[in-house]
Design a binder for this molecule. Structure first.
Ligand code: NAP
Length: 251
């Protein structure tokens, strides 16, 4: 049975990955900070899909948490989903430096180190994959969050490029707005975001898995976000900012 390790597997996109991969026959290693919630998710997944589920409580903003997930990845993981992440409330100068650094650690350092820990075993076995959950925000400069996601997308493309024709795949997944706990946790007011801009986590994961199977290096779920990101890359930065403000998240 192939094994998948998913970070941030207890809610939103990570929990949709856990359901989808369990349904596909993967054994799971699920990680997040809240150990009780992890245990409950593991029980539900075992009951519903009949697969093995290990729990690995870890805070990816800490050295101890990162090392424990690195250790597990060096054993025998076939598919790593670097998904854990969060949003920040407030503009850059207002935001406490501790929160900014925590975001760099979870979004950038953890993605880098966990990918680095997982790849040698995958390459030795000649199979495997890494999905790094980024965001369309990475194409639109709007603060530290989008800067970290620009890093995740560029990093994933670079690693995939370096792997050449290897059967091991690395892909950045860049969703638009997805209905999860993300915005509420960060106390972001998303009441101005029109309904058609929202995607479901299950749809995002289905498109990601299809794109991974097709060998894409960057997956942007839905036609509307593919069009939006293409537009974002071709129109002047000033207009991008105006569009961002018009549909934007209020802090
Ligand atoms: N929702 C969106 O609109 C959207 C759009 C584009 C990209 N994304 C990206 O998608 C990913 C998942 O977000 P989501 O929307 O599914 O969020 P979510 O519903 O808030 O879930 C976040 C998950 O990450 C875990 N987590 C948070 N901080 C962590 C830490 N320091 N260490 C370990 N685990 C941690 C949480 O569990 P614990 O709290 O128990 O640790 C939870 O399982 C993120 O990388 C986010 O940036 C989201």
């Amino acid at each position: 049975m192939p094994i998948s390790l998913i970070t941030g597997a207890t809610a939103g996109i990570g929990s949709a990955f856990a359901r989808r991969l369990a349904a596909d026959g993967f054994s799971l290693v699920i990680t997040a900070r809240d150990a009780d919630r992890l245990e409950k998710c593991a029980r539900d997944l075992r009951l519903r899909y009949g697969v093995g589920v290990e729990v690995l409580p870890a805070d990816l903003a800490t050295e101890h948490g990162l090392e424990s997930v690195e250790r597990r990845l060096r054993k025998d993981v076939d598919l790593l989903v670097n998904n854990a992440g969060f949003g920040l409330h407030g503009t850059f100068p207002e935001s406490p430096i501790e929160d900014e650094l925590r975001m760099l650690r979870v979004h950038c350092e953890a993605v880098l180190r966990l990918t680095h820990a997982a790849l040698p075993g995958m390459l030795a076995r000649g199979r495997g994959g890494v999905v790094n959950v980024s965001s369309v925000a990475g194409f639109f400069p709007t603060g530290t969050y989008s800067a970290t996601k620009a890093y995740v997308t560029s990093f994933s493309e670079s690693v995939a490029q370096g792997l050449g024709d290897s059967p091991v795949r690395v892909m950045a997944l860049c969703p638009g707005f997805v209905r999860t706990e993300f915005h509420q946790r960060a106390t972001l007011d998303v009441s101005g975001i029109p309904g058609f801009m929202w995607l479901s986590a299950d749809r995002v994961v289905d498109e990601a898995m299809r794109d991974l199977a097709h060998g894409l290096r960057v997956s942007i779920p839905s036609k509307r976000y593919k069009a939006l990101t293409a537009l974002g890359r071709s129109i002047p930065a000033k207009l991008v900012r105006r569009v961002g403000q018009a549909v934007g998240v209020r802090r």
